[in-house]
Write a protein that binds this ligand. Structure first.
Ligand SMILES: Cc1ncc(COP(=O)(O)O)c(C=O)c1O
Length: 404
């Protein structure tokens, strides 16, 4: 017998050892989506300075940069497009037409889209200058890409990590041949130390963050990331994406995807940037119409997104091209990872790390809020694109969160 009680679907089964056994059905997961105590966003703001301009965007990250990145990266050994999955069970629950999920857990053996950026920048720099030593500061995934790119070319590599980057993430980079240097404090301190030591020793900094006189290499990493949008364009086969939700740390990935939209798509989807509420530096900058540095009081579980300032090149692209910024607490991360892992959202079991979850969380949170849903114009014919930017890049953390 199936009962509907308090929005939970339960199944009463036969007596076993004299006791009535209650089986929670799979529906429990799905009806939970509409439990008002969960799936909440913290803040959502509209970008008053929105004015999407393809030409302006492609003046910052050019068509040539984007095309050259695809031409080079698609020739790398073992290159193949990562899957574009359909979260068909979730779209049914939310009454949306389609939810696409770009599954970057399958990106080479590095399990994140970051493989496309740092390694590509290393390759481009090494073509101009021989016998270099490369260096970088990282929350994990970017450094892994730099270390991998250096290894492919037989270059020495120095990676700086903050005290908050896990042992596991450090080990992966050491296994790729990098020397990993731990720095006290957060990401910013690791970057300052990287710049200091690299200037002293003449190492080539391969950073995904731009500053006033350091623009070229961050642009190359973004050009690498834009390969995702090229693949998606081929995979959607002329379907029109109506909304895209992009997670942001320093904004490189989000801006690269926006540049990819300008380069490859005919229509312009509604663009939403999502960040942890403890590190919503893009949102703060959009609110103020200029780059605003924030104080991170507590590091988010979404370590790749826990940054205090949007990077310069991404900002030039994002400031006029995103429609909304949304911020989230960490509360629903582990639950989302579990639901992805047990195929509750799609036909496929999906391995998704912490940084892959905010797109799904914010989409459900928006759909739970009728006013917001209407404002963002999410409805039954919407086709939403989410970026599953990483798999279990920190295997220990992944297992721990799945057990929660
Ligand atoms: C897995 C993952 N996703 C997303 C991001 C955010 O990218 P960006 O800092 O370019 O905004 C990062 C950054 O490290 C990351 O590691």
């Amino acid at each position: 017998m199936n009962l509907k009680i308090n929005k939970f679907s339960i199944k009463l089964n036969q007596l076993q050892n004299g006791k009535e056994i209650i089986h929670w059905t799979v529906n429990k997961n799905m009806t939970n989506l509409f439990n008002s105590h969960a799936w909440k966003y913290s803040k959502c703001i509209e970008n008053k300075g929105f004015s999407f301009n393809k030409e302006e965007i492609l003046n910052i990250l050019s068509k040539q940069d984007i095309d050259e990145a695809f031409l080079n990266i698609s020739k790398w050994q073992n290159y193949k497009p990562t899957p574009l999955l359909l979260l068909n069970k979730l779209s049914k629950q939310l009454n949306l037409d389609k939810i696409y999920y770009k599954d970057e857990s399958k990106r080479f053996d590095l399990k994140s889209f970051k493989a496309l950026g740092g390694a590509y920048a290393v390759e481009k720099v090494a073509k101009k200058k021989k016998d270099i030593i490369v260096s970088s500061a990282t929350a994990g995934n970017h450094g892994r890409s730099v270390a991998w790119g250096a290894k492919k070319l037989g270059l020495k590599c120095k990676i700086f990590i903050s005290e908050y980057v896990s042992e596991e993430r450090g080990k992966v980079m050491e296994n790729l041949g990098a020397e990993v240097i731990k720095v006290k404090g957060g990401y910013e301190n690791s970057l300052i130390e990287c710049i200091k030591q690299s200037s002293k020793n003449n190492w080539e900094i391969i950073q995904d963050v731009a500053w006033n006189d350091y623009l070229l290499i961050p642009k190359l990493t973004m050009a690498g990331y834009s390969v995702m949008m090229k693949e998606i364009t081929d995979q959607i086969n002329k379907e029109e994406i109506t909304h895209i939700i992009l997670q942001a740390g320093v904004g490189g990935m989000a801006a690269a995807m926006v540049a990819g939209i300008a380069r490859y798509l005919n229509n312009i989807p509604t663009i939403i940037v999502v960040e942890p509420d403890s590190a919503a530096c893009v949102m703060e900058s959009i609110k103020n119409g200029k780059i605003k540095k924030i104080n991170i009081l507590k590091e988010s579980l979404m370590g790749g997104l826990s940054t205090n300032e949007v990077s310069l090149v991404p900002w030039q692209i994002l400031k006029k091209s995103i429609n909304y910024c949304i911020s989230l607490p960490d509360d629903d991360i582990a639950k989302t990872m579990k639901l992805l892992a047990c195929a509750s959202f799609s036909q496929n079991k999906i391995i998704a790390g912490e940084n892959s979850t905010p797109g799904i969380i914010s989409l459900i949170a928006i759909c739970n809020d009728e006013k917001m849903k209407k404002k963002i114009n999410i409805k039954s014919d919407s086709k939403v694109l989410l970026i599953g930017c990483e798999g279990d890049t920190d295997e220990k953390m992944y297992q721990k969160l799945l057990k929660q």
